[in-house]
Write a protein that binds this ligand. Structure first.
Ligand SMILES: [Mn+2]
Length: 325
């Protein structure tokens, strides 16, 4: 069976009704956009669907049409009648949908649409393309293959998914195809400037207060090749911040000229610290993280340490110094 079964995917949508469309916990722009685009495709055929994510939708994504209808499967009880037709978008494996899985019936059939190379192929029909910069690119292909009419909301969802997963067309995953699709979406009414304003320009006040506190802790070692910042629990409280307000903070040490590894230490409680590591390329932070029970990618990885904040800083920075000396 092909991992990219377009015919199977189209039949799955045409033959079913009353779909549940889900995406992953801690949803990002691609997760929410792809979910909303899939819902627009289903509804354009006159079919019913419910959208659910096991978390709240980040406020900065609430400008997307239909985002206010997404159910929170973490705080809401599963419906009395479970769903038997499910579309999962941007989920690398079944467990990534978290408590949204409780809304799915035992005998349900599932269509898995995703771009993660690590996708394990769960479900009955798969539409997996690792070369796609975003799941939204695969939705673009589905819309085109089905002959669904382009509307401004649909175009804005696809554009948003690509914009966010490519970091504003800056990361290595952005291909000529990504830019061609984005261009086509603008022709169908997507406002590139409005979407960029929401997602790349505007920041929460809590984020800026945290940034101010974090930068006051900026430290270096190894001839400025390692740079880090820390955020404490009281910083989070004083800034009235949610975890999404931390997004991007680790890039400040990482982006400084000469820094090879940038780190954010976030105190969760007095004996637990979350560590985000970003590499400029020379150091494999995934391998480093793995030695502490963490994981991730070569240039972006994470670790959870069960120790006080100061000890976590000494442990991680000390370990990296040994590696880079
Ligand atoms: Mn994605």
């Amino acid at each position: 069976m092909s991992r990219f079964d377009m015919e199977g995917a189209i039949n799955f949508i045409r033959e079913g009704d009353d779909f549940l469309i889900v995406s992953h916990v801690q949803p990002d722009g691609d997760a929410v956009s792809s979910l909303l685009a899939a819902a627009l495709v289903v509804r354009s055929l006159g079919k019913r669907c419910t959208t659910a994510i096991a978390d709240r939708v980040p406020p900065k994504l609430m400008f997307l049409p239909g985002s206010d209808l997404i159910r929170n499967a973490r705080t809401e009880e599963p419906p009395g009648r479970l769903y038997s037709r499910v579309i999962a978008v941007d989920c690398a494996d079944f467990s990534r949908m978290g408590m949204a899985a409780n809304w799915i019936g035992d005998d349900a059939r599932l269509l898995n649409i995703d771009h993660h190379p690590t996708n394990d192929g769960f479900g009955d029909v798969t539409l997996i393309r690792p070369e796609a910069a975003a799941t939204a690119e695969i939705l673009h292909e589905l819309v085109t293959a089905m002959g669904v009419r382009w509307t401004k909301p649909l175009a804005e969802c696809i554009y948003t998914g690509i914009l966010t997963d490519t970091g504003g067309f800056r990361y290595t995953n952005a291909t000529p195809a990504s830019l061609r699709i984005a261009s086509e979406m603008m022709e169908h009414g997507a406002s590139g400037s409005r979407i960029a304003e929401h997602l790349l320009e505007r920041v929460s006040l809590a984020h800026v207060i945290l940034l101010k506190k974090a930068l006051a802790t900026l430290s270096f070692t190894e001839g400025n090749r390692i740079g880090w910042v820390t955020v404490t629990r009281s910083d989070m409280e004083e800034a009235n911040a949610q975890s999404e307000d931390l997004e991007g903070l680790v890039n400040y040490p990482r982006n400084i000229e000469g820094v090879e590894v940038g780190i954010l230490f976030k105190e969760v409680d007095e004996n637990k610290v979350k560590v985000s590591l970003r590499s400029a390329g020379a150091v494999d932070v995934a391998a480093f993280a793995k030695s502490f029970g963490g994981g991730g990618h070569v240039r972006a990885a994470g670790i959870t340490l069960h120790m006080p904040l100061q000890e976590a800083v000494e442990t991680v920075v000390g370990g990296l110094r040994g590696l880079m000396a």
